[in-house]
Design a protein around this ligand. Sequence first.
Ligand SMILES: [Zn+2]
Length: 832
Amino acid sequence: MRSLTLAEARERSSLLTVTSYAVDLDLDQGAEVFGSRTSVRFTCAHPGADSWVDLKARSVETVSLNGRPLDPADVADGRLPLRDLAADNELVVAATMAYSHDGQGLHRATDPADDRDYVYGHLFLDAAPSVYACFDQPDLKAPYDVTVRAPLDWIVLGNGAATQSGAGTWHLETTKPLATYFMTVCAGPYVSVRDEHDGVPLGVHARASLREPLERHAAELFDVTKRSFDYFHDLFGIRYPFGEYHQVFVPEFNAGAMENPGCVTFRDQYLYRGAATRDELLTRANTVSHEMSHMWFGDIVTMKWWDDLWLNESFAEYMSHRCLVDATDFTDAWVDSSIVRKVWGYGAERSPSTHPVAGVEALDAQSALQNFDGISYAKGAATLRQLIAYVGDDRFIAGVRAYLTDKSYGNGTLADFLAAIETASGKDLTAWSRAWLLTADRDTISVEVQEQGGVVGSAVVHRESPADRAADRPHAFDVAGWTDGREVARVRTTVSADETVLAELEGGPVPALLLPNASDLTWARVRLDDATVAGLREQLSQVPDEQARAVVWSALVDGVHGATVDPRDFLDVFDAAWPVETNSSILTRVASYAEHRVVPFFVPRAEQADALARLNRAGTALLERATPGTTESLAAARLVAGTSDDEALLQAWADGQGLPAGLEDDGDFRWIVVRNLASRGLVDAGDIDAFRAKDDTLQGGLNALMCRASLPDPEAKAWAWQQLTGQEGRSNYEMVHLARGFWAAPDDALVADYVPRYFTDVPAMSGWVGEDALSRVVLVAYPRVFTEETARLSADTIARDDLTPAVHRSLVDADAELREALASRAAFGAAV
Ligand SMILES: [Zn+2]
């Protein structure tokens, strides 16, 4: 299917104004297809002109334009030509559509726990025409009237409040004007918990088999929902306008969540069925708040074209963290951002695919999707924090309010947004936005101290901008220093030159650890010199400031990837500082990063078993010391379960014997254990089936697939590869789990034959897997055989001209990580 181009979108929106959509969906036609009848009213600025409507149907039954029949056979490449338009038009399309299984369009999944089916619409970015006939671009907004026919035991939810008008027939209240990609319907035997706040009816919903975790988590979900409503009402000065507010936890969801007005969809792993760490709850609260902030920024005001999608996400990313810190108990949300979101964004910045935050002209809808990454979220949010430092918070908020009020129910652009901030602040943002928004890459910052007579003689902040992407970025941040846990220096500075003298530190004590960007206000590579890294073994665990510790860990991760920090030094700091870490986000993320990135990617193969044993010792020590049931205990237990080579312990845990307190009945924890056993060949396919039988759920089925793919024998690998790449009808989630297990191997020989196969078989999947889902599969399935030969095949494949945009982009990113691993091994491989 061709992707809508910017030129086409501009032309169509200058010609057409959409007045209303009436959509009737018949979801009672079995598991394969559904009926879709759309009546769209629209005006045309130049009567007599031609245009087209987007339509991706299994079959089209009838079409009429202004009462005149059109030939359904004229639909080509997802478009139906509309000729000789009148000033006022009504188009009626009756079609049969296919349910999807890749999370794009109207996704249908069967819950193995009870064999019941669930449907949800995820129409982002251009899947709307696979559900209803529409003018699918973000600046042709219109109100919706939706009716749904569904099996008698289903409930229906959508953008407008649902009422049942007859047996199996549901009507959704007419909506405010919405962009096409926000229309959604969730239908199935969902179970619900309802509440109300400040006049807004609230609901949370999930599959029937998730009733217990839904009910267990509902109070916390409603709490953050209510606090976020109060916070955003107060901050934006505009009341939430979309009626009821439903949050639906749906199966096999590609992203974290989607901000459909009135009916937000979430991945249902967020309803943690077992024990959850505090940072997992923080992440979920953050997602709840993030999606809600989109109701204003994205939904009330929508970007005019996809190239401003970053502004939606940067804004929501910033606002949700601000809301959590100001209005909930998750006051460490920015610490989480440093070690989760910004580590992700810095990874995107290191890849050759990096791009400016804004101003990358997306010539078509699908190419816009390729730039939707850690730059859009994490860097964008950091940039907004720098903008606030530059213009002042009051003026920033005044500008945001003006922008939202001015463009309500319409569309905005980056230029509109900046103009609103300029008006509110009286500051010219031309140079600022050129440096921060329109130039890719980041500066490197470091602090140099000269000692003089036992005190600081001079302290200078160095700012280096990348030679090939020069920019003059002003940075506002803190420099802070500690010695043996005592804060001995702190100064807020604005750096707007390549050297900035910190006169405030002169004459003071020389800190053992001196850290630029200590409060993590800016976006930059923090360079730690060798002496500082060496000192971290002693110093890091004593630093009382968790925000600063997160910045140090982030800099270490960056250094490992950039081959400036030996992965063994990372593990030394881990040994010293991780077991006494008190911040939940740092604790769980650093452990996971050490286990799943540092060891397999950067530690030479011959040293990996020893490195895992080190992690295991750290985990075991913490598990023995931690209070049962706490985040510390859970993080430690997960690390032990993933890294242990103690067969007796693993078998006992898998069988439910001697489990750490709080994990006695935790299916997800058991799968970590089983996966470890499987990858060591200590269980077989029959054992995995038996564990699956104990956990006959969607999650259990996915984990069983991952474990089977992890088995170290040629038959299991051949089976898994066929299931992954062979058009076996696997869902998006099943493919990702097969890929996740596949490369586990005691030595490369077992999987070496699949390296060349990856570079032919996986790109070919674009013939039957949607781009959004495939982009994830390409990354996860990328060969974990770190050789020059893999790099050569990778480069050859990237140079091909027949790759889809998503496949190309994911290959570039995976390739960049392979090259980082090879560079690190070349730099440090011989060291001991
Ligand atoms: Zn978002």
